[in-house]
Design a protein around this ligand. Structure first.
Ligand code: FUL
Length: 685
């Protein structure tokens, strides 16, 4: 009997904990997902009809003759992408307005009816050649929502959808990602061909059938949508994944337009499927090229934040570079792409943990195959593992001599699932005490922590809890050079300018004549009054290293001190987007500017809070000379404001007025009360 029990116990242990190899845990990545994950960083290009109409969401009735790049050069896009370290390019083959940039045989709303190359052009073909030339992969963005197609909303449109998929996925070689945009924000006011057709995004498209079709045509491509099936949206367009970021998701709960989209930042612990997050973000405020945003291209500190908050948080990074009307990437954007690439090279130049001595609290059955040094051997296929029953443990790295570091990189071996749910990093101080520098949650494919310089000889990494035995494939340590942050500039309703630097012990310099500040510029000490229309340019200097921050620019229009807010309160002009005014149903924001001005634009900043509400979808903007007789000077939709709730800039034909009025014709998600963070005007000249 005793022998029998021993045997049973032995078999049990063998099948569970004593098995030689760690068992997979939970949902696992497919081969195509693993290959996609290794790409990490790739380019989005929004280039289509909107480029030529200066819009973000075209209405669908645009004339194909408007599409006419003067000097399209996909080789230039690909050359820049390659140089920037990107591994592929995803192109907007069809956006919401329905215009297609390949000569589809299923529609007349295409490049074939444009003057570009006498209708003989094909952007997809040119991009294919450029990608092949530079060894990049190519991806296709295709908007299910179509404001042009007459049959949108019926079965017939779905046939069209499948036919076009067949074209783009069979005629242009291998595609690495098919990007299905979940947006469908039409409200029916502005005359798109089919605006009155509301569809249920959850059921109308029959996505499972679409996914099967994509699989047949491009079995290696990952499919992106709000909830996968292969890659999920990260729930925002601002450029970050959650600090806690599971690659697993209860995928069947999620559909395009799913209201709990903030959960997409975090994924679902123990989720049913492997659906990692992709951070999609534009290098400019909008997704399409607008000359008016040439001065708003994201600068190095912001791009670095996005890198660390995406790739550094177990997500991929899809950076949109809007191509302009010539058909090329604008010089400012390419300069910033290169600035990021150069900085990343410096940040990760020397891994201080290569082949250093590492000790583990324990490792799998003392088998050297799973020993601690597997985390510093540079081989992504080897890893440190604890035994099946041990879900915590630590690794101590001895750097041989004190080193200064400020980056900690750690990776799990994800082919066997994501496991770690809490970890810590400590360094040994001069007194021989362990000092904690980070306490975090998930890791996944890659987690990079940034912290202030610390000098130490020993670094201890501890997994405090995990869903199964932790499998750690790599630990890396770096000392990245310091990059100064962009200072923040605000002007309040008393015309007082405040500049807040992002770093300590720096000097702030500014100009108001359009030149770039240097040491001869005015030095900022305290908030100051600037009651005039001007461009304020600010830069920050670190006096110790003589390093300058990039230049921050605020284009300030007419002074606001004399303004009276007649409906709403002064928070809507105080320059602080965190303070809000709420308006009852039917109420508008009305401001008396004190004098008559030649107006030609306005800006509206919606609620910037985490749980933002009252965001205007469709607006009407009117001006008046006497506050009684109003003239509507602009009305329309704030395209894409739900997913990307940034300051909206609306231009209109110049019009004289002393009073302005902003009305909501509809609110996002059928909200009831309109909320306004800021309103400002633009004047001529
Ligand atoms: C959104 C769209 O509505 C935007 O226009 C853009 O294409 C972005 C990538 O996705 O949902």
């Amino acid at each position: 009997m005793r022998y029998f029990f021993t045997l049973v116990l032995f078999i049990f242990l063998f099948c569970t904990g004593f098995s030689q190899h760690p068992e997979p845990h939970g949902a696992l990545p497919s081969q195509r997902q693993l290959e996609w994950a290794d790409m990490e960083y790739y380019m989005f290009v929004h280039f289509n009809m909107n480029t030529f109409t200066d819009m973000e969401w075209g209405l669908g009735g645009e004339d194909p003759s408007l599409f006419n790049p003067t000097d399209l050069d996909c080789m230039q896009w690909a050359r820049l992408a390659k140089k920037a370290g990107m591994k592929g390019i995803i192109i907007t083959a069809k956006h919401h307005d329905g215009f297609v940039i390949w000569p589809s045989k299923y529609t007349e709303h295409s490049v074939k009816n444009s003057p570009w190359k006498n209708g003989k052009g094909d952007v997809l073909q040119e991009l294919r050649e450029a990608c092949d030339h530079y060894g990049l992969k190519m991806g296709i963005y295709y908007s299910p929502w179509d404001r042009n197609h007459a049959d949108y909303g019926t079965e017939k449109y779905l046939e069209y959808f499948h036919n076009q998929l067949e074209e783009v996925l069979t005629e242009y070689g291998d595609v690495f990602e098919v990007w299905f945009d979940g947006a469908n924000g039409g409200t029916g006011y502005y005359g798109g061909a089919n605006e009155d057709r509301k569809v249920d995004r959850r059921t109308y498209y029959n996505f499972p059938r679409i996914w099967n079709h994509v699989r047949e045509l491009q079995p290696n491509a990952v499919i992106f949508s709000d909830g996968g099936p292969d890659v999920r949206w990260v729930g925002n367009e601002s450029g970050f994944a959650g600090k806690t970021n599971w690659s697993t998701l209860n995928r069947d709960l999620v559909w395009p337009g799913w209201p709990h989209y903030k959960e997409l930042q975090y994924g679902h612990k123990n989720g049913t499927h492997w659906v990692p997050a992709e951070v999609d973000v534009s290098i400019r405020p909008g997704w399409y090229y607008h000359a008016s945003e040439d001065h708003k291209v994201k600068t190095l500190p912001k791009l670095l934040d996005i890198y660390y908050n995406s790739i550094g948080r177990n997500a991929s990074f899809l950076l949109n570079i809007p191509v302009d009307r010539t058909g090329q990437v604008h010089a400012t954007d390419s300069a910033q792409m290169m600035a990021l690439a150069d900085q990343l090279r410096k940040d990760f130049e020397t891994n201080l943990a290569v082949d250093v001595a590492v000790e583990a609290s324990s490792y799998r059955w003392d088998d050297p195959k799973y020993g601690p040094e597997k985390t510093t051997d540079g081989d992504p296929e080897t890893y440190w593992a604890t035994d099946e029953f041990t879900r915590s443990g630590s690794l101590t790295l001895d750097l041989g001599a004190p080193q200064t570091l400020n980056r900690f990189l750690v990776s799990e071996y994800i082919p066997l699932g994501q496991r770690v749910e809490a970890f810590r990093v400590e360094v040994l101080d001069e007194q021989g005490q362990w000092e904690e520098i980070a306490e975090e949650t998930t890791i996944g494919r890659k987690r990079i922590l940034r912290f202030d310089d610390v000098t130490t000889q020993k670094v201890r990494f501890t997994v405090d809890s995990a869903l199964a035995a932790p499998l750690i494939t790599s630990i890396e340590l770096y000392r990245a050079p310091k990059v100064l942050s962009l200072p923040r500039i605000t002007r309040d309703d008393q015309d007082r300018v405040t500049i807040v630097p992002g770093d300590e012990d720096v000097e702030i310099y500014y100009t108001t004549d359009g030149s770039s500040p240097d040491k001869n510029a005015t030095r900022y000490a305290n908030p100051f009054h600037l009651p005039r229309k001007t461009s304020l340019r600010v830069a920050v200097l670190d006096p110790v290293t003589s390093q300058w921050s990039p230049v921050a620019e605020a284009r300030l229009d007419i002074p606001k001190k004399g303004w009276k807010v007649l409906s709403g309160d002064r928070t809507i002009i105080d320059g602080n987007p965190r303070s809000l005014s709420t308006f009852k149903v039917g109420e508008s924001a009305i401001i008396d500017l004190g004098d008559i001005h030649q107006l030609n634009g306005f800006t509206y900043t919606p609620d910037q809070g985490r749980y933002a509400s009252g965001i205007i979808q469709d607006y009407r903007f009117s001006v008046s000379k006497n506050g009684k007789k109003w003239k509507t000077v602009a009305q329309g939709e704030f395209s894409n404001i739900k997913n990307n709730p940034i300051e909206q800039v609306i231009r209109f034909r110049k019009s004289k007025g002393r009073y302005i009025k902003l009305e909501a014709k509809s609110l996002v998600d059928n909200g009831q009360e309109m909320r306004v963070a800021e309103i400002d005007v633009m004047t001529v000249p």
